[in-house]
Design a protein around this ligand. Structure first.
Ligand code: PBG
Length: 346
C-alpha cells in the first residue's frame, strides 16, 4: 500500500465516517427524522365575498381563486372544512364605496352577511375578518384622508389620518363580532389599531373576540393580484406612509412588541416568502406567541403562472414553499394554496 493513497486517507477521515445520507435512505427514515410537518390545520383560506347570487367570478391574476356570492360561499366553506382547514379569512367587496366606507360597518354589509351564513351552516369553522378601509373607500386608501375644508394644514393633502381612522376600525371590528366573527384582523398598519379595537370590542361586550394583528406588513409589490381580487387599488399614491419599508427587519420587532402590548392575541408577518428572515426573528424574540404568515396573492400568482407554463412542478414547489414558511417559525399560514395543499396532504 502507498503511504499517500488518497482513497485510504479519505476513508480514515473522521468527517467521512459521519454519513448524513444514512438518514435519507428511505421514505420511512426520512419521515422519522423530518423536523417540520405541514398539516391542513396550519392553514387559513382567504375568501372574497361580493353581492349577487348564483355565479362565482374567477380572479384573472389568481387562477382558481374566486369572488363568491353568499349563496355559493356556504358550500365552499363546507368543502374547506372537509379538507381539515380550520379557518377562513373574509374580504368583502362592497356594492358602494364612499370616502369613509360605510358598508364596512353596516349590519347587512357583505362581510356581516357572509359571517352569519357561514356560522349557520358550518359553525365550527373559525371565521377571521380583515379589518381595513381600503376595499370600502372610493379612494382605495386604508384610512380617512386629510382632505376637504376641515383638512389639517400641518399634514399633507391626502395623508391617511391615524386617529380618525382608529374610530372607524373599532366600529368595523364590533360590527364583525356582532355578526359572529371569531377573530378580527386589522391590516392597515395604523398606529394604535390593536388597542383601539380591543377597547371597542370590550366596550361592546366582546371580550372573547380575538385579535390577529397584521403587525408586520410591508409595502410590498406582491399584493398586486389581491388588488384585482378585492378591487381595492389606491386611486393615487401608495401605502408607504403606513406599511413598512421592505428594507427593515429590526423595525418588525418594534411593531410586534407594540401590538402585543396593546393586546394582540396572534400576530402576522406579511408577505411570507420574501420575509422568512423576519418570520424567524419574530419567532426567536417571541417563542410563546402564536405567529401567522400571509403567503400573499403575488406569491401565489408566481407559482401558478410558472406551473401553467410547465416551468415548475406545482405540487412540489407549493408544498416546499409552505414547508419553508413553517420551518422559518410560522404556526399558521394564510394561503390561497390551502385547498389544493390540504388535498395533496390528505
Ligand atoms: C388590506 C389588505 C391587503 C392584503 C390583505 N389585506 C392589500 C393591501 O394592503 O394593499 C393583501 C393580501 C394579498 O396580497 O394576498 N385590506
Amino acid at each position: 500500500m502507498k503511504i499517500y493513497d488518497p482513497i485510504e486517507i479519505q476513508t480514515r477521515l473522521p468527517a467521512l465516517e459521519r454519513r448524513p445520507r444514512r438518514l435519507r435512505q428511505s421514505a420511512a427514515l426520512r419521515a422519522m427524522v423530518r423536523e417540520t410537518d405541514l398539516n391542513p390545520k396550519d392553514f387559513v383560506y382567504p375568501l372574497f365575498v361580493r353581492q349577487g347570487q348564483g355565479v362565482r367570478r374567477e380572479i384573472r391574476s389568481m387562477p382558481g381563486v374566486y369572488q363568491w356570492p353568499v349563496d355559493l360561499l356556504v358550500g365552499e366553506v363546507e368543502t374547506i372544512a372537509k379538507l381539515g382547514i380550520p379557518a377562513v379569512i373574509l374580504f368583502g367587496i362592497p356594492e358602494h364605496k364612499d370616502p369613509i366606507g360605510l358598508e364596512n360597518f353596516a349590519p347587512d354589509g357583505i362581510v356581516q352577511r357572509a359571517i352569519r351564513a357561514i356560522k349557520q351552516t358550518t359553525p365550527e369553522m373559525v371565521v377571521i375578518t380583515d379589518v381595513c378601509l381600503c376595499e370600502y373607500t372610493d379612494h382605495g386608501h386604508c384610512g380617512v384622508l386629510n382632505t376637504g375644508p376641515d383638512r389639517d394644514p400641518h399634514l399633507p393633502e391626502g395623508y391617511v389620518l391615524n386617529d380618525a381612522t382608529l374610530e372607524i376600525l373599532g366600529r368595523v371590528a364590533v360590527s364583525h363580532a356582532e355578526a359572529g366573527a371569531d377573530i378580527v384582523a386589522p391590516s392597515g398598519m395604523i398606529d394604535g389599531m390593536v388597542a383601539a379595537i380591543r377597547a371597542a370590542l370590550d366596550g361592546a361586550g366582546f371580550q372573547n373576540t380575538l385579535i390577529l394583528s397584521y403587525a408586520v406588513k410591508y409595502a410590498s409589490g406582491f399584493y398586486g393580484p389581491f388588488r384585482d381580487a378585492a378591487e381595492s387599488p389606491p386611486k393615487f399614491g401608495d401605502r408607504k406612509s403606513h406599511q413598512m419599508d421592505p428594507a427593515n427587519a429590526r423595525e418588525a420587532l418594534k411593531e410586534v412588541t407594540l401590538d402585543v402590548e396593546q393586546g394582540a392575541d396572534l400576530v402576522m408577518v406579511k408577505p411570507a416568502l420574501p420575509y422568512l428572515d423576519v418570520i424567524y426573528r419574530v419567532r426567536q424574540a417571541y417563542p410563546e406567541l402564536p405567529l401567522a404568515a400571509y403567503n400573499v396573492s403575488g406569491e401565489y400568482a408566481m407559482l401558478k403562472a410558472a406551473a401553467a407554463n410547465g416551468w415548475l412542478d406545482e405540487r412540489t414547489t407549493v408544498l416546499e414553499a409552505l414547508t419553508a414558511i413553517k420551518r422559518a417559525g410560522a404556526d399558521l399560514i394564510l394561503t390561497y394554496h390551502a385547498k389544493q395543499a390540504a388535498a395533496w396532504l390528505a
